[in-house]
Design a protein around this ligand. Structure first.
Ligand code: ADP
Length: 223
């Protein structure tokens, strides 16, 4: 049987996690589990949970740990993630969530945490230009728009700027990243799980660096 691959990706807003995770998920044949995408799907579906999540998201605040951990643990229990592994994007985002994730996964554990490192000036530029499909959540940018008139290439949905990509909400999210999420770099380094990968440059180059990092770790005896 093929050994599962359980990955977490860290990186500031706009570091390129979403783009790279789509590729990594194809390369390692594991589901890409993005808490941001799951929450936006709940908002689109108009559920009670979605409107609760939206009230935090629009301000750039974090959804409470217990709420998000509940959503993630349900998803991780599904057969694809359970059998093949996963790439987790947007979770954990606090040390409390990392502790929760350890418990949720027992007796298994995360194999590797990839920290995608990009300077703040660059992420600010990327966020200002990024666009997303309102219907399926596919990512685009002003530099790489859909083929036809801001209609999604996958589903034809309208491609727009995210509601939480306003200047105020972006600043709040980057501040929260520094105070709440950046401490995870040290936390996972202490547990010998972390590898930092340079996120600047062409997406294909970044992808090659990420795959090299994962394959190197896979070659280690403890994998
Ligand atoms: P970004 O990384 O640009 O902030 P995401 O798509 O990862 O975007 O998340 C969007 C929003 O969803 C966050 O600002 C937050 O409100 C909420 N969210 C996503 N993941 C989590 C999480 N692990 N814990 C708490 N809130 C979360």
């Amino acid at each position: 049987m093929v050994r599962a691959t359980r990955l977490v990706i860290l990186g500031k807003q706009g570091a390129g996690k979403g783009t790279q995770c789509v590729r990594l998920s194809q390369h390692y044949a594991v589901p890409h589990i993005s808490t941001g995408d799951m929450l936006r799907a709940a908002v689109r579906a108009g559920t009670e949970f979605g409107s609760l999540a939206k009230s935090y998201m629009d301000k750039g605040d974090l959804v409470p740990d217990d709420v998000i951990t509940g959503v993630v643990s349900e998803r991780l229990a599904e057969p694809d993630a359970h059998q093949m592994g996963f790439i987790l994007d947007g979770y954990p985002r606090t040390v409390g969530q990392a502790v929760d994730l350890e418990k949720v996964l027992l007796p298994l554990e995360i194999d590797l945490v990839l920290d995608l490192v990009v300077p703040t000036e660059l992420v600010l530029r990327r966020i200002a230009s990024r666009r997303v499909c309102k219907v399926c959540g596919a990512n685009y940018s002003v530099q790489a728009p859909p083929k036809l008139d801001w209609s999604c290439d996958n589903c034809g949905g309208e491609v727009v700027q995210r509601d939480d990509d306003t200047e105020v909400a972006v600043k709040r999210r980057l501040d929260l990243y520094e105070s709440q999420t950046a401490p995870l770099v040290e936390w996972y380094t202490e547990r010998e799980k972390l590898v930092s990968v340079q996120g600047e440059g062409d997406p294909d180059e970044v992808m090659a660096r990420l795959i090299a990092a994962v394959d190197r770790a896979k070659g280690q005896p403890k994998w």
